[in-house]
Design a protein around this ligand. Structure first.
Ligand SMILES: NC(=O)c1ccc[n+]([C@@H]2O[C@H](COP(=O)([O-])OP(=O)(O)OC[C@H]3O[C@@H](n4cnc5c(N)ncnc54)[C@H](OP(=O)(O)O)[C@@H]3O)[C@@H](O)[C@H]2O)c1
Length: 323
């Protein structure tokens, strides 16, 4: 038997329980992975509270790294002992688990298991947002909400390399410093400053070319008001709750705006896309464009505490769990 975090009902962090489980054996096209580092992501909180429904009772967690223990029938390209990571299939908060081979990636030299768990999901998100969803060009002015968060810091680093002017929103002076150290050109403390007014000042009235908004309900209107005419609103998260229905006429009134609501899974739906996005991420790490740092580490059994810290905005950058 091994141990895993299980969830039986939606609710506050204490619905997560540390239990004995039988991970089973890998079936057709499946791989048994002994996990050594597990990433914590805001989507885990959406799953826990029921915003995005998952099967219950069951596992939770969407990303991990570890070592292949055994492969099932039909698996090619992976063998016992390989160092691997994945993002996607729910149930990652576990010492050992079975994972579909189609989502597994081999870790390149120089990317440790802990770094992979800290950046695979968040870094592939930054990759598709900045290079595919709206391809940021040198000189673009970009607004990034939660700039000191897990996805946020990676976006700031990549935007610095692209040569964009990045305006990041944060909730404290410490988070502002961290965002700036990681490439953010200007920061706005949304607790004390008027975001729309500051963005207009920083852009000489023009507005930004694109907003990357993971905050959702609380920032929807603010984000639209920060865009220049024909600007792109990328709404990619719901940290404060889902965006309520809106009238498309609003987009006309605010300057012929574009809106997209992307998810990573749609940009890595085929094996070829997954390999393209992940290898671009790993190359960016190898080239020093991204310098992933793990800011919070918790024992796997304390996943509930990691959730409390993340959902109360107490964390910065990436958080991992270690079995
Ligand atoms: N669409 C996709 O495919 C995709 C993939 C990955 C992640 N995401 C989204 O990206 C976002 C970031 O994910 P992450 O895991 O890296 O989390 P994170 O950014 O590290 O944590 C969330 C941050 O949001 C900010 N925030 C603003 N209002 C908040 C509130 N009311 N409560 C809590 N936090 C608040 C906090 O920063 P401040 O203190 O500075 O406000 C907090 O640190 C999430 O919304 C997630 O769903 C989307």
């Amino acid at each position: 038997m091994t141990k895993a975090i299980r969830i039986k009902e939606t609710g506050a962090a204490d619905v997560l329980s540390w239990e004995e489980v039988d991970p089973g054996q890998p079936g057709e096209n499946e791989v048994l992975v002994r996990q050594t580092a597990i990433g914590v992501n805001f989507i885990d909180i959406y799953h826990r509270i029921g915003l995005y429904p998952i099967a219950m009772p069951g596992g939770i967690g969407s990303e991990a790294a570890g070592v292949v223990e055994a492969v099932g029938p039909g698996v090619t390209g992976f063998a016992a002992g390989d160092k691997v990571a994945y993002a996607g299939p729910v149930g990652a908060y576990a010492e050992v688990r079975v994972v579909p081979a189609k989502v597994l990636l081999k870790l390149p030299e120089g990317v440790s298991d802990q770094v992979a768990a800290a950046v695979l999901l968040k870094g592939m998100t930054a990759e598709f947002l900045l290079h595919r969803c709206y391809a940021v060009k040198p000189g673009d002015t970009v607004l990034v909400h939660a700039a000191a968060g897990g996805v946020g810091l990676l976006m700031c680093q990549w935007l610095r390399h692209i040569g964009a002017v990045t305006i990041g929103t944060v909730s404290s002076a410490e988070k502002a410093d961290l965002a700036k150290q990681n490439g953010c050109t200007h920061t706005i403390n949304y607790k004390t400053e008027d975001v729309v007014k500051r963005v207009r000042e920083l852009t000489n009235g023009a507005g930004v070319a694109v907003v990357y908004d993971s905050v959702g309900k609380d920032t929807w209107d603010i984000s639209l008001d920060c865009l220049k005419p024909r600007g792109m609103m990328v709404s990619f998260g719901n940290t404060t709750g889902a965006v309520p229905p809106f009238s498309v006429g609003t987009l006309a009134a605010k300057g012929s705006l574009f809106v997209t609501r992307p998810v990573l899974g749609a940009y890595t739906a085929t094996r070829a896309e997954l390999e393209e996005v992940s290898s671009h991420l790993f190359q960016a790490i190898a080239d020093g464009i991204l310098t992933p740092k793990i800011q919070q580490v918790f024992p796997l059994k304390d996943a509930a505490e990691a959730h409390r810290q993340l959902e109360s905005g107490k964390t910065v950058g990436s958080t991992i769990l270690v079995p």
